[in-house]
Design a protein around this ligand. Structure first.
Ligand code: IMP
Ligand code: MG
Length: 187
């Protein structure tokens, strides 16, 4: 697995320090809500699995946990085919304060889709937290807006710490840049 990685972009130590800082600022904001018990922590699966697990354990809030499954990169593609919801989302979110958690913000379509779905279901506030945001020349800053961002990264395809290529590399503890494919298919 490590042989497929060109270089490490963000180390485990850097991730860990940043997650702690993000959690502090999220907790400081959310603790001021009138009702802490109406917070819903919603990781966007599968990519945010590792980030969400680390982040949630540093949020000392009385909050619920609901998962959203979104797919946008089928198989070996490295460009989004547009996000679609897999399975179902919670139907009734009246009175809820949503904290959406994702691995990476690219075009912004995934978060836009979920924000609108949450609004339709009656959420009273929606915040999003992403570990990474890709700097894209082609996308407006509005489409990439997000309340909490861990790291701004260049426009390259990254894996590790939950992020995948064809469902591989999610278990890498750091964020790495892949060697150009094909690396796993010997001729
Ligand atoms: P967006 O809808 O274009 O913002 O794409 C966000 C989703 O695309 C993320 O939740 C990731 O699952 C996936 N994605 C975007 N860039 C990368 C990448 O560099 N590596 C792995 N997955 C990515
Ligand atoms: Mg994703």
């Amino acid at each position: 697995m490590l042989a497929d990685i060109e270089s490490i972009l963000i180390t485990e130590t850097q991730i860990s320090a940043r997650v702690t800082a993000l959690a502090r600022s999220i907790a400081a904001d959310l603790v001021t809500l009138p009702r802490e018990d109406e917070i819903v922590f919603m990781p966007i699966m599968n990519g945010s699995i590792v980030f969400a697990a680390d982040l949630m354990r540093q949020l000392p809030l009385k909050m619920r946990f609901r998962v959203a499954m979104i797919s946008s990169y089928p198989g070996t593609s490295t460009t989004s085919r547009g996000p679609h919801i897999v399975g179902s989302l919670p139907e009734d979110l009246r009175g809820c304060h949503m904290l959406l958690v994702d691995d990476i913000l690219d075009s912004g379509q995934t978060l836009q889709l979920l924000r609108s779905e949450m609004q339709q279901r009656g959420a009273v506030s929606i915040r999003a937290c992403v570990l990474l945001r890709k700097r894209l020349a082609t996308t407006t800053s509005e489409a990439q807006s997000c309340e909490y961002v861990g790291f701004e990264i260049p426009d390259c395809f990254v894996v590790g710490y939950g992020l995948d290529y064809d469902d591989y590399y999610r278990n890498l503890p750091h964020i790495g840049i892949l060697k150009p494919p094909p690396f796993e298919v010997p001729a």
